[in-house]
Design a protein around this ligand. Sequence first.
Ligand SMILES: *Cc1c(COP(=O)(O)O)cnc(C)c1O
Length: 409
Amino acid sequence: MKNQKYSVESEMVHADQPENDPFGSHVMPIYQTSTFKFNSVEDGRKFFAHEEGGGSHAYSRLGNPTVDRLEQAFATMEGENISSEVGALAFGSGMAAVSTALLALANGGSVVAQPALYGCTGQFLKDEAPELGINTHFVDLNNLEAVEQVLGENPDVKVIYGETMANPTMTVLNIPAVAEIAKTHNVLFLVDNTFATPYHLRPLELGADMVLHSTTKYLNGHGTLIGGALIAEQSLIDAHNVALFRKNLGGVTSPFDAWLNLNGLKTFTLRMQQHAKNGVKVAEYLDQHEAIEKVYYPGLSSDSEHELADELFEKGFGGVMSFELKGGFEAGVSMMNKVEFCTLAVSLGTVDTLIQHPASMTHSVMDPEIREQAGITDGLVRLAVGIENVDDIIGDLEQALKALKAVMA
Ligand SMILES: *Cc1c(COP(=O)(O)O)cnc(C)c1O
């Protein structure tokens, strides 16, 4: 079975077209309804007995036509070259996807995860999951020997959990190598592919079992919603009852958000092309700047992650990067207060450029020593390059860095 009829670029442009709308609507309507009417008792019985010929929908937590259409699009993008049927589940947030997946897959066992994780994922694994009997062994997943050792010593491991590119140093995960170990030990390998997106890299093709997304970021692209997704071979989703866990934990997405996301997907390929094109230009500009100690971006040929990224990524390396200011904390604060064109905000993957300084903002309440250990140094700045004219982005960074030099002098 093929998961798409046309090229993925074209499928995404057509992502929001309904297959058979009763009124011939060109764009997928928002089925803003909580419940659905049955034509007869018999139809209702068939629906709940999962028999053919009953109603197609009953209640929007169990399924909704607008959300179904979005899920088809997610399955198409991540399942491009997978021969078996690929399915997707949409969630009300990236964290709903992450927590639901971990609860469904790790139940009764433990998890192996990389230490540098998206903040809330790390917190969930460290604080909440253990209370539910799910413990995590934190290991650098690119240290394959260490992964082998942990799996050998802990036969109860059910899941290996990693992120394609990990904050703050944009470490690239060696997906094929970890996938091989996971297969040998018969554990599931989950990859959060939010930063790379299926435009650059498709974990299922590289051997991962399931892919997760915060669709809040690049997949929607316009910063208008909070959403998540899980994509895997349909047989695996079924075998682990992931849809049942979602139904009963309840982390579904709304028809309106699904519609917004479908609208965002139409320009997915174009947006990603431009993010990647701008990303490398901005990284190169920052890399030669005298106020900057180091730039972390796998697209730079000097980056420690470049070789592996070059092997695994296609068509560039996305738009997320971080860099270290020589002037430390003060320089970070000063630069943030000087940017005009870039938006001072957390998140990433929006069409406009976002910038933030973790030490004085998101991570300011953290103990400075623990913060340093997590790689969040005082002068670290996070930049999510947008799709604007790159000269405007660089021009703004230039003037903010110039003002900084005056402060430091
Ligand atoms: C944002 C993000 C999440 C969480 O997603 P939400 O949509 O905010 O719940 C998970 N993983 C990564 C890598 C993210 O960037």
